[in-house]
Design a protein around this ligand. Structure first.
Ligand SMILES: [Zn+2]
Length: 216
């Protein structure tokens, strides 16, 4: 998470450092028109649910939900390939680069409820490497959209494959879906695992197994 420091500068630094300690990067630049439009719908939803949107605890809820939804989908405005290529270096190293246990927060597109877990990403360079923090940022970029875990896994793989042209990419995501925990089947302990491989991870069982053993 220390990579967030890189993006902080200027007069907001102190507040942002405080936000960093809280474990997230605060983003206040919401489009006022979009926020107001979403908020008016949220207010209507509250009414349809039998609530009184004017009662004290709910007065600011539509605006908060509108901002929260925009934060959770901010990845649409980001370009994963550009993020990787913003820190790309020539390197002869041709062993596995593995970033394990990247925290993952995403939103399921079927219920608009969160799914949370961990992402493990590995690649084998082919002349180019990227900053390790960029890999975590790529995960964040695709996770902050309405997603299904399967597509998220593949999008992370394809982004790294295209941006770095490595000998192979491996991505595994282990996540718990609130839509399963809170509603429907109510299976609170189930973890869904998805994987996506390319290049040598696909062709060579030994390389793939090395990766799978390392993330165990
Ligand atoms: Zn769902």
């Amino acid at each position: 998470m220390t990579n967030y420091f890189v993006y902080f500068c200027g007069r907001n630094r102190q507040r942002q450092q405080k936000d960093f300690k809280m474990g997230y990067k605060r983003q206040d630049n919401y489009d006022a028109q979009t926020t107001a439009a979403i908020a008016s719908h949220v207010e209507e939803i509250l009414r349809l649910l039998g609530e009184d949107p004017q009662r004290e605890g709910l007065v600011k809820t539509p605006e908060r939900v509108a901002k929260s939804l925009q934060f959770l989908t901010k990845g649409y405005d980001e370009d994963g390939i550009a993020i990787v290529q913003s820190a790309m270096f020539d390197e002869k190293y041709q062993q596995m680069v593995l970033v394990k246990d990247i925290e993952l927060y995403s939103t399921c597109e079927h219920h608009m409820l969160p799914f949370l877990g961990k992402c493990h990403v590995a690649y084998i360079p082919n002349g180019k490497i990227t900053g390790l923090s960029k890999i975590a940022r790529v995960v964040e970029t695709f996770a902050r959209r309405l997603q299904v875990q399967e597509r998220l896994t593949v999008e992370i793989r394809d982004c790294l494959q295209e941006a770095l042209n490595p000998l192979g990419v491996a991505v595994v995501i282990e996540a718990t879906h609130s839509c399963m925990v809170l509603r429907g089947v109510e299976k609170s302990n189930s973890v869904t695992t998805t994987s996506a491989f390319s290049g040598v991870f696909l062709k060579d069982a030994r390389t793939r197994n090395e990766f799978l053993n390392l993330i165990r």
